[in-house]
Write a protein that binds this ligand. Structure first.
Ligand SMILES: [Zn+2]
Length: 242
């Protein structure tokens, strides 16, 4: 005959195991995030510099277009020179040509400046890229164990959660409601054992009378007077377990 308290004990143990695993998961995730932050920093810088390069490229093609326009204008002006008939036309053509050549010179200088900037940026990006892939492999190496552990913990949680729900369903309605209320208000382990004459949930020392009562009748349960968790005396744990 199974003891009626057994489902509660099973639930308490499952919950405790579940909480431990959830705690480990959070801890592992924090460690992984910290390790990843180095990679993220390099990744961000890499993207930023690539953005700078594409801006520079846009500016460069704009300048190139303007260079072409000026070159074409100069060709056209040059072609018109033999057709010039008087001094006035000649002066006008001359100043137009001078203007176009001046502009072309400025544009070419600008282009040179952009090319130099781009060369520097390319070098910077290359260095950042090296750092990025180095930090990435360092991350992989460092976190391989952590990721494996995380996967394991995740698997365990996904087994424990349905088990807890199954166990919860076996409980009397009254206890089930109490249990759910507790978990909603943040008490993650609503059922717990008496350990060392104290409530293992809130760690308050219990009155000897309460401990004795539960010890004398291990198939019963009582609420902790301090945190109202359901208390049981854990000796039955060793008795039942098939
Ligand atoms: Zn308590």
């Amino acid at each position: 005959m199974p003891l009626t308290i057994q489902p509660l004990i099973d639930l308490a143990n499952t919950d405790l195991e579940l909480q431990t695993n959830i705690f480990s998961r959070t801890h592992l995730e924090r460690q992984i995030d910290t390790a990843r932050s180095v990679v993220d920093k390099h990744q961000k810088l890499f993207e930023q510099k690539n953005g700078d390069i594409s801006l520079l490229n846009n500016e460069g093609s704009e300048v190139k277009k303007n260079i072409q326009i000026q070159e074409q204008l100069i060709v056209r002006l040059d072609e018109q020179v033999p057709k010039i008939r008087n001094e006035k036309e000649f002066a006008a053509s001359k100043s137009q040509l001078e203007e176009a050549r001046k502009l072309l010179g400025m544009l070419e200088e600008k282009m040179l400046e952009l090319d130099m900037k781009k060369e520097d940026l390319d070098q910077e990006v290359e260095a950042i890229n090296t750092e990025l892939s180095e930090s990435n492999s360092a991350f992989q190496e460092k976190t391989a164990g952590l990721l494996k552990k995380h996967e394991k913990v995740e698997k365990k949680i996904s087994k424990l959660e349905p088990r807890r729900d199954r166990l919860l369903k076996k409980l009397p309605q009254k206890i089930k409601h109490f249990y759910e209320r507790c978990q909603l208000s943040g008490i993650s382990t609503p059922v717990c054992a008496i350990r060392d004459k104290s409530c293992s949930g809130c760690h308050m020392v219990l009155l000897p009378q309460l401990v004795n009562e539960l010890m004398a009748n291990p198939n019963s349960h009582k609420n902790c007077p301090y945190c109202s968790r359901i208390l049981y005396f854990p000796e039955v744990e060793e008795v039942v377990e098939s």
